[in-house]
Structure formats: C-alpha cells, structure tokens
Design a protein around this ligand. Sequence first.
Ligand code: ZN
Length: 161
Amino acid sequence: MRTITLSNGKAVEVECLSCALTNGYIEPDGGVVVETEYFHAHQDVAYPIKGLIILASKRHIKCFDELTAEERMDYINILSKIRGAQRKVLGIEHVYYFYNEDTTHHFHTWMVPRYEWMYKFGRSVESVRPVLPHTKNESNNEENMKEVMEAISTLAEELNK
Ligand SMILES: [Zn+2]
C-alpha cells in the first residue's frame, strides 16, 4: 500500500491510484468525464489545465501490448471521441498525448491541450515538463479552478449525450 495525497489535501492509502479511481473508490474532483466498458476518463485537478484529460484502463495493466483486441478498439474510439469533444466544446486546437509504461499506477494516457501561454515554457513537447509544476503552483487559484471545473462539466455533457 502507498499513501497518496490528493489535490484536496486528503491522504489515502491505495495499492494503485488508477485502480482506486476507475473502480470508484476515489471520486476524482470534477467527477468522471466519460466511462466505457474498459476505460475511465477524468481530469487530474492537481494540474489545473483546462481540458487536460486522463484516460485510464479499468484493468490493472501497464503495457500497451497487454490490451486485448476489445480494449484496443475501445481505447482508440474513446480517445478520438474525447479529442473531438475537446475541439468542439473547448476550442482546443492541438493536444499532446503521453503515456509511460513504468508508471507507479497503471495504464493511463495524458491528453494535454496545447495553449498559447505554454510557449513561454518552450517549444512543442519541451514545454510540458515545466508547465505541469507551474500550473500546480501558480494556477491553483479560484478563477482558474472555476474554469477548469466548468470545462470538465462541458466535456462530460458533450461526451454523455
Ligand atoms: Zn491499478
């Protein structure tokens, strides 16, 4: 078991954070954005970037080649659907996708929107690493959090209609 401190300051003991989230043991702030048979999408509000979505498998696996044929189809379909919703309701022009197999959690893809303000942290993907702690430390204000939470609702509404 590991102790994980959530964005609301609450500490929880879990075996795997992804399992805890996808099984509903922990409710992500802002709630579930969309859920399929094999995947679960939410925003990690510890990184308050509007429209940033984490798409996690429900099964505790780590590597891409562990996905079954059904899970692969479900993954690409829901990933594309979320991407479309980010464009349609949030006007997000570009998204960066990250997924590392050596995670301490389990299979989850980060869908990080690229915004103009991120250019001051570097070109293309090099900006992402500094942007994450920056938002954690600097964007955790009421105004930005309100925008982030509204974006979660807007996306959830679009994806569940
Ligand atoms: Zn897990």
